[in-house]
Write a protein that binds this ligand. Structure first.
Ligand SMILES: [Zn+2]
Length: 196
C-alpha cells in the first residue's frame, strides 16, 4: 500500500518467531491483515488489496468479516467451475445420446411434431446465421421476440421475410421488422412477383 500510516499494524501470520521458515507454506507466510489499514491478502493471488476487494462474509451471529479470496479470484474460480460443469453436462448428454441413438431420434421427432412453429424458428435462424443475415447487434431478447413471433403464427399461415433472405438484389435481414404472416398462397404469388 502506498504510504501506509500503520506498517506496524500488519500481522504476518504463520512465521513462527525463531522457528524454521521452510516449514511455512507461501500462503500462510504472505497472509497479511490489518484492521487499521483495512487491507488483506488474497489466499489465491497473494496480492494485498483494500478490504472492499473481498466479498463480505456474514455469520449467523451478525459478525461481518471478509472472505479470504479476493473478488477477482472468486470470479475466475466461478468461471472455471461453470466451464467444468458445462463440459461435464455436455459430456453426459453426448454419452447418453451415443448410447441411445434411436431413442434420441424418437424424442426429437416427437418434439418437432409438438412444436412445429418453434422448429421453424430454429431452422430459419440456422439458415440466417449461415447466410450472415443475423445482425451483430441482435440481442438474446431480440431472438426471444422473433421466437414468439414464430410461436404465435396463426394456423394456416407462414412466417415470411418481407424482404426475402435470398433476394436477388437486396437480401433481407432476419429481424422482427422484416417478418410477417402470409398464407401459403400469398407467399407463392409474392415469390412470382419478385422474380418478374
Ligand atoms: Zn486474489
Amino acid at each position: 500500500m502506498n504510504g501506509d500510516p500503520h506498517p506496524e499494524a500488519y500481522q504476518i501470520r504463520g512465521i513462527p518467531t525463531g522457528g524454521v521458515l521452510h516449514q511455512v507454506t507461501p500462503r500462510s507466510a504472505f497472509f497479511v491483515t490489518s484492521k487499521e489499514a483495512s487491507i488483506r491478502t488474497c489466499n489465491k493471488c497473494l496480492k494485498t488489496l483494500p478490504e472492499d476487494s473481498f466479498h463480505k462474509r456474514i455469520y449467523k451471529s451478525g459478525t461481518v468479516s471478509r472472505q479470504p479470496t479476493c473478488k477477482a479470484c472468486k470470479k475466475i474460480i466461478g468461471q472455471q467451475r461453470y466451464t467444468a460443469k458445462k463440459d461435464y453436462v455436455l459430456w453426459v448428454n453426448r454419452e447418453w445420446r451415443n448410447a441411445n441413438l434411436q431413442k434420441k431420434r424418437a424424442i426429437d421427432k416427437a418434439w418437432v411434431e409438438k412444436n412445429p412453429n418453434i422448429n421453424t424458428f430454429y431452422r430459419a435462424l440456422q439458415r440466417a446465421r449461415k447466410e450472415n443475415l443475423v445482425p451483430l447487434w441482435t440481442t438474446e431478447a431480440d431472438l426471444q421476440e422473433i421466437k414468439e413471433f414464430y410461436r404465435n403464427c396463426p394456423e394456416g399461415y407462414q412466417v415470411d421475410h418481407i424482404v426475402p433472405m435470398k433476394g436477388k438484389t437486396v437480401r433481407g435481414l432476419h429481424v422482427l421488422n422484416n417478418l410477417q404472416y402470409l398464407t401459403p398462397y400469398e407467399n407463392y404469388t409474392k415469390a412470382n412477383k419478385l422474380t418478374v
